[in-house]
Design a protein around this ligand. Sequence first.
Ligand SMILES: Cc1cc2nc3c(=O)[nH]c(=O)nc-3n(C[C@H](O)[C@H](O)[C@H](O)COP(=O)(O)OP(=O)(O)OC[C@H]3O[C@@H](n4cnc5c(N)ncnc54)[C@H](O)[C@@H]3O)c2cc1C
Length: 406
Amino acid sequence: MQRRNFLKGSAALLSALPINAALAAEPTTRLANSASTNTAQMLDGAKQLAPIIATPDRIIEMNVCTRPFRAQGPRIESERIGRKSVVHNYGHGGSGWSLSWGSGQIAVEMARATGHKEIAVIGCGAIGLTTALVAQQAGLRVTIYAKERPPYVRSHRATGAWTPDSRICSAQFAPNFAKQWETMARYSFRRYQSLLGVAGNPIEWRDMYSLSDIPFGRPQPSAESGEPAYPHFEAELIRDITPQAVPISSHPFPVSHVQRRSTMLFNIAEYTRLLMADFLANGGVMETFSMQDKSDFSAIDERTIINCTGYGARALLADDSIIPVRGQTAKLMPQPEVDYGFYFNSRHVSVYPRRDGMLVQAQAEGDFNNDAENLDPNESITAVRRLGEIVEQMQAKDESKLQGGV
Ligand SMILES: Cc1cc2nc3c(=O)[nH]c(=O)nc-3n(C[C@H](O)[C@H](O)[C@H](O)COP(=O)(O)OP(=O)(O)OC[C@H]3O[C@@H](n4cnc5c(N)ncnc54)[C@H](O)[C@@H]3O)c2cc1C
């Protein structure tokens, strides 16, 4: 491959130039404590927490992406388009990875009702890949048609955590959607447990800490103000299967209120490779195909089609019920020794210990109904700086404890 072509191809995914440009423009590019690894390990009860190294010079990638939010919840229904039976399966907001298996299960049942043994799946993101695998397991032959494949799909830019009720519908529509959500969440959760312990750790459980300046139970500050109210399905409907938060009194965090909760993480790079390898091993076929509008469904050979085009469905079907919710993340150099992450809502930052890097999410107001998919490097650099400040405070607290202070 020509070097120039390689650079062109990789520019969409990696944003080294904007990061460097933004760092060069900063008067100071490093936090004072970039040698923070020297600090003693910090204790949460009996558990040792390795320090996170959070300085902007450790950023290896930044990404921005839009969540396909629908107030009614995802669109999972069949429609006749010309001579094709089209089952829609799109609009999963901030929960697409989490709910993918259960959503695919419902869509595949609808597709099977046509009686056709060969089906098409449009889309190769979280929803398309899992739907295709569920269809294969149901004995169907599947061809995936997609404009982009991983790692160039939006799903690849997600945080990668079990967040099954994140911007999945608005509270107004929750009563109509609750039962279907529960079915999807329970099915998906079970599927994910079957992927634990697989080589490469595509799925794993990690401890996440919630940090708060005010007691939990009171309204918490959130970057979601200005967005619709969302339901709390996970707490209300599947409490019996997911780990619950426990208050932690002895901890290194610079706040009064801390809860720990185990969370499932999706190591997206490894997990996507596994899904694609399984699909191909089961005899699946992938075709590159970019659809311009509804009339292009007629160009597909198969008569039953499952439409998993995510945010792309907004343009494809002129479906304005899909509202973009922007999200930006930065990946810091991997730290295999760090096995925990945390959310600090009032400081608008969260960090997740993924295998391919420490993923830092900048929470910003104004993300709702924002389709800007251009990177704002300063947004992520600021988030990493905020994270670095928290780590410094943790270390200061830890050192004063070691010296016998409070
Ligand atoms: C910042 C951020 C963080 C997130 N974090 C999480 C999280 O932690 N956990 C979680 O569960 N979810 C999370 N999400 C949500 C999740 O990423 C989405 O719900 C999910 O990616 C949707 O997957 P999808 O397969 O429907 O769409 P996509 O990944 O967008 O895939 C769509 C597919 O359809 C194809 N396509 C689209 N249009 C056309 C067309 N016209 N012709 C042909 N092909 C087409 C595309 O090429 C692609 O292959 C996050 C989202 C964001 C933005």
